[in-house]
Design a protein around this ligand. Structure first.
Ligand SMILES: Nc1ncnc2c1ncn2[C@@H]1O[C@H](COP(=O)(O)OP(=O)(O)O)[C@@H](O)[C@H]1O
Ligand SMILES: [Mg+2]
Length: 227
């Protein structure tokens, strides 16, 4: 199978006044198309930073990221945005919905960024129905519960049919039932469309259901094992 993500010698350092903070220290791994991988590790171990670098949302201090065959670490912001719009879905730890847009408008954003405005509303409506929010289309984020916002964020991440979906603690702040729904939808997407899933999680039960678990500690990979 093709490698869809390849990370080489990836390092992230935040410059401090007295001391530099090494958040990721020489990370190496690759992920095959269609794989379901979880990334686990204690709080502060660098999981969110790693996901952001892999998705081209942030730039490394050293090392390279190849995403869908393209070297994103050397690209301009515009080029990276273009690769993301085409290939990547992202579910953020804190949802990051646009507060001035309704649920359906938030889900339409990735399609509009790709110039696919035609039919975008229908696709967004279908996706929101699928996550159980068919009756919340015109609600603003502030009018939705945390679990509902997370489901809008999931629908948004699916809407451009990404090749790779990065999910940062997608079930972290959800009740058990909503968490299971989100989890089920992620696995369904992988099955239906072959979407590669890279999931940061604290939930060891969820990690056990993925094909492979990468464990981070203090900015280093301490294990990388198949389930
Ligand atoms: N913009 C930043 N500037 C300085 N330090 C940061 C910044 N972002 C994250 N960090 C630090 O990097 C470490 C890893 O953060 P993060 O990737 O969010 O960890 P995790 O997601 O595993 O909890 C933390 O110690 C955090 O304080
Ligand atoms: Mg985090």
């Amino acid at each position: 199978m093709d490698k869809i993500l390849e990370v080489n010698n990836l390092t992230k350092i935040y410059k401090g006044i007295n001391k530099d903070l090494i958040v990721l220290d020489d990370i190496n791994f690759s992920i095959k198309a269609g794989e379901i991988v979880s990334i686990v590790g204690p709080s502060g171990s660098g999981k969110t930073t790693l996901l952001g670098l892999c998705a081209g949302l942030d730039a490394p201090s050293d090392g390279t990221v190849m995403l869908t065959g393209e070297g994103i670490s050397a690209m301009s912001e515009n080029q990276k945005a273009e690769v993301r719009n085409r290939n990547v879905g992202f579910i953020f730890q804190n949802f990051q919905l646009l507060p001035t847009l309704t649920a359906i408008e938030n889900v339409m954003i990735p399609l509009e960024l790709q110039g696919k405005s035609k039919g975008a509303r229908d696709i967004a409506r279908d996706l929101l129905s699928r996550v159980g929010l068919g009756d919340r289309l015109t609600h603003y984020p502030s009018q939705l519960s945390g679990g509902e916002q997370q489901r809008v964020s999931l629908a948004r991440a699916f809407s451009n049919s990404p090749k790779v979906l990065f999910a940062d603690e997608p079930t972290g702040n959800l009740d058990e039932e909503t968490g299971e729904m989100v989890e089920g939808l992620l696995f369904e997407l992988n099955k239906e469309k072959g979407t590669t899933l890279i999931i940061v999680t604290h939930d060891l039960e969820l990690a056990e259901k993925t094909q492979r678990v990468i464990q981070l500690k203090g900015g280093r990979i301490i294990s990388d094992q198949l389930n």
